[in-house]
Ligand binder design. Structure first.
Ligand SMILES: Nc1nc2c(c(=O)[nH]1)N[C@H]1C(S)=C(S)[C@@H](COP(=O)(O)OP(=O)(O)OC[C@H]3O[C@@H](n4cnc5c(=O)[nH]c(N)nc54)[C@H](O)[C@@H]3O)O[C@H]1N2
Ligand SMILES: Nc1nc2c(c(=O)[nH]1)N[C@H]1C(S)=C(S)[C@@H](COP(=O)(O)OP(=O)(O)OC[C@H]3O[C@@H](n4cnc5c(=O)[nH]c(N)nc54)[C@H](O)[C@@H]3O)O[C@H]1N2
Ligand code: SF4
Ligand code: SF4
Ligand code: SF4
Ligand code: FES
Ligand SMILES: [Mo]
Length: 668
């Protein structure tokens, strides 16, 4: 239903349920606001957004006022201007808003901007001099209560977007104050350091430590890109000044995360302490020495040339799954197709992707859905994945809906912080997931509400709760209750991770798919099942066949395209005894220390290209920083090596992404 109304004499049509503020905005009429935020539930607290409505005796806050048929609204009358000025005057005088000392002054503060918008240059009230505390206990940001206007954006963001509910407001009226938990310092609170509150704060009350006082809106650049922290692929906004990364904000327009980030995406990349590699290095008389690109590439190609086509055994090559799609494509072409090596894989060794990939190949179609399943489900079944620790945004999607009554079932034999949030926390004995899933199927299959048929013929009569309880250690009652919950859910969703994929056995996954079919979460048309993968480009690595177990036999050369990834002690141990080691890396590490040639390469914020996220969404990454002079891109380096070996690499990475049946329908 659309509603017709007029705003400032302009005829406007808006869908029912729209607020006056949103309707005005859709018609290009802007109304000042402070507590309102497009990604948060309207609160109606600050009253800056007031409008005149014909027939209403008082001014009305437009951010909470729904449009009604025939409504006549004015947004800019002398009466409104007076009300806004009074409101701003009160806000400025309540606490210490001496703007010249604030990081946000000069364009970044929504309170200051609102005052300038009303042509205010001063306020006629004596400020209230009461000093408020500054909470500097948090490692990533500072809360200065003196600048807080109690708009509660941070409170709503922490609850509605992150599902963490750390922040609240204590006391009432003038004594109101923002608190963490039951009033503990932020640094000692349940805060998980995602920084979403900092991003939504309209004033200088919440500012991050690193970017504070290092540049204002007018002096900085914004570059939209994609987080490389995990396979979710959250949209980020790189805040850059003079080729320095000051801050990472969430991109409000990004489809995956809609503005929200986790600590790994927002803060940790700014705390990089590793030493950068600035020139090629070549081992001479036992020690690594700076070299020219010509020298380094000659050393590399001299070693690789004799190995071409040598039964594919001469060189082992391993790439990080943080590399761009383009880089992974060049990598597998050079080593697998041109040089013809059999041992070409990625750092994840297919542990997160090979199993779902194989099942998709066998089914002949992709079976996984997308992240919206986790956002819209009324019951989530999480098995073998820790969404509190890894893929945190996926965890936020679930956590934020728990107060709305969605149910969470967690299956993990080990400690996993998701257990604490679960309605049903199942810790089956190791190796008994299959029995548990069949037990749930047997029970669900008995129920009236069952919605689909399993694809595998299994005799479920052997999997009654009594028997399954013995093999899994889960009480029969609990198995019945979980089956009941799954069967009665309107839109159940399933999410699985390394706990299921690591074993590499399809039976657990096939049983999981059957359980999903039975409760209506998977059929030919739709899928409410999804797996979390590993790093930013796990899925692309799988699509290009980089999913083998990394095995060193008698290869004479190993090539590690590490990029900015970490080199684990395990990896170093595995390659140590290979006679000649080439490492393409951004930072000094135990792997570069044992290398014979080190090729300096761009780190994530310098790269251009694409990532394919866990749901098959192809996203473009943009260069935020200019790399140091001697540092090259992965694709440049691989192409240079190929050229010296008389090969040319084909740039057709996009078509080749679909050569294998992917677990997810690719959004390319
Ligand atoms: N913030 C953040 N995000 C990350 C990463 C990170 O380091 N930080 N790493 C990324 C990478 S590389 C990866 S691979 C992914 C990993 O993401 P996930 O797939 O979520 O992997 P884990 O966090 O290892 O959680 C796997 C869970 O499976 C459980 N498990 C183990 N064996 C079994 C079993 O037999 N049955 C069942 N039911 N459960 C079992 C384990 O106890 C563990 O809790 O996360 C990625 N995302
Ligand atoms: N058998 C078996 N093989 C596997 C897997 C498996 O589960 N089982 N998993 C596969 C997967 S999904 C992956 S991703 C790879 C992982 O393979 P590796 O990369 O070899 O192993 P990780 O344990 O992830 O090593 C990451 C290293 O980086 C370091 N590190 C990570 N973050 C930081 C940081 O912020 N600061 C510092 N200083 N150090 C850091 C860690 O200390 C660790 O040494 O292994 C794959 N292979
Ligand atoms: S950083 Fe995240 S978890 Fe911590 S208080 Fe802010 S929104 Fe909540
Ligand atoms: S800290 Fe910022 S976002 Fe939170 S209530 Fe105060 S002004 Fe609003
Ligand atoms: S959830 Fe993953 S992609 Fe999103 S911000 Fe965190 S690390 Fe980055
Ligand atoms: S923006 Fe509407 S009351 Fe604050
Ligand atoms: Mo991983």
């Amino acid at each position: 239903m659309t509603v017709k109304l007029t705003i400032n004499g302009k005829d406007i049509e808006a869908p029912e349920g729209t607020t006056v503020l949103q309707a005005a905005e859709m018609a290009g009429i802007s109304i000042p606001r402070l507590c309102d935020h497009p990604h948060l539930t309207p609160y109606g607290g600050c009253r800056l957004c007031v409008v005149e409505v014909a027939g209403a005796p008082t001014l009305q806050p437009s951010c909470t006022l729904p449009v009604t048929q025939g409504m006549v609204v004015q947004t800019d009358t002398p009466k409104i201007a007076e009300a806004r000025k009074l409101l701003l005057t009160l806000l400025f005088s309540e606490r210490n808003h001496f703007c010249m000392y604030c990081q946000m002054s000069g364009g970044d503060c929504e309170l200051q901007n609102a005052a300038y918008g009303e042509d205010m240059t001063h306020w006629p009230l004596q400020p209230n001099w009461q000093p408020y505390p500054v909470d500097a206990s948090h490692k990533h940001f500072v809360l200065d209560h003196n600048r807080c206007i109690l708009c509660r954006r941070c409170v709503r963001a922490c609850g509605e977007l992150v599902g963490n509910f750390t922040l609240g407001v204590q006391e009432r009226g003038p004594a109101s104050i923002l608190v963490a938990d039951l009033d503990v310092p932020l640094g000692q609170s349940t805060c998980i350091s995602c920084g979403t509150c900092v991003q939504v704060c309209p004033t200088g009350a919440l500012i991050d430590r690193l970017s504070a006082y290092r540049g204002r809106e007018t002096e900085i650049q914004h570059i939209k890109s994609i987080c490389a922290g995990c396979s979710l692929g959250c949209g980020i906004d790189l805040v850059v000044r003079d080729n320095h990364l000051l801050r990472i904000d969430g991109d409000w327009d990004a489809p995956v995360n809609e503005g929200v980030l986790c600590q790994k995406g927002r803060f940790l990349p700014l705390q990089e302490e590793r030493e950068r590699i600035l020139t090629p290095l070549v081992r001479k008389a036992g020690t690594l020495k700076a070299a020219t690109w010509i020298e380094a590439l000659d050393r590399v190609t001299d070693k690789l040339k004799p190995l071409i086509g040598q039964n594919g055994r001469g060189v082992a090559a391993l790439a990080s799954t943080r590399l761009s799609v383009e880089a992974l494509h060049s990598f597998k072409q050079l080593f697998a197709e041109k040089i013809g090596s059999e041992m070409v894989t990625s750092i994840e060794e297919g542990v997160t992707t090979a199993l779902p990939g194989r099942v998709a190949q066998e089914l002949g179609r992709s079976f996984e859905g997308n992240l919206s399943a986790l956002k819209t489900a009324d019951c989530v079944f999480a098995i073998g994945t820790d969404l509190i620790d890894s893929h945190q945004l996926a965890g936020f999607f679930i956590k934020r809906n728990l107060p709305k009554g969605i149910k969470l079932i967690v299956v993990d034999p080990n400690d996993n912080d998701l257990h604490e949030l679960a309605d049903f926390s199942l810790r089956p004995k190791k190796g008994s997931d299959y029995d548990l899933l069949l037990g749930l199927m047997a029970e669900t299959g008995q129920m009236e509400v069952k919605r689909g048929e399993p694809a595998q013929p299994v005799d479920l009569s052997k999997y009654r709760p009594g028997e399954v309880s013995r093999t899994t250690g889960i009480p029969a009652e609990m198995i019945r209750a979980v089956a009941q919950l799954l069967a009665s859910a309107k839109s159940p969703a399933f999410v699985y991770g390394k706990g299921v994929t690591r074993g590499g056995f399809p039976i657990v996954l096939l049983a999981l798919l059957d359980l999903a079919r039975l409760v209506g979460a998977l059929d030919a048309e739709h899928s409410m099942i999804l797996s979390v993968k590993g790093e930013a480009n796990s899925l692309a690595a799988y699509q290009y066949g980089l999913d083998k177990t990394f095995e060193i036999k008698d290869q004479g050369v190993v090539y590690l395209a590490l990029g900015d990834d970490y080199a684990s002690a395990r990896l170093v141990r595995r390659v140590e005894r290979v006679p000649f080691k080439i490492v393409q890396a951004s930072y000094v590490s135990p792997a570069t220390a044992i290398a014979d040639v080190v090729l300096p390469v761009e780190m994530w914020a310098e790269e251009e290209g694409h990532y394919l996220n866990l749901e098959g969404r192809l996203q473009e990454v943009h260069r935020g920083l200019t790399p140091p002079e001697e540092v090259r891109s992965h694709v440049d380096i691989l192409e240079a090596i190929a050229a010296q070996l008389d090969f040319s690499l084909d740039p057709g990475w996009r078509n080749e992404l679909e050569k294998r049946v992917p677990p997810n329908a690719l959004m390319v």
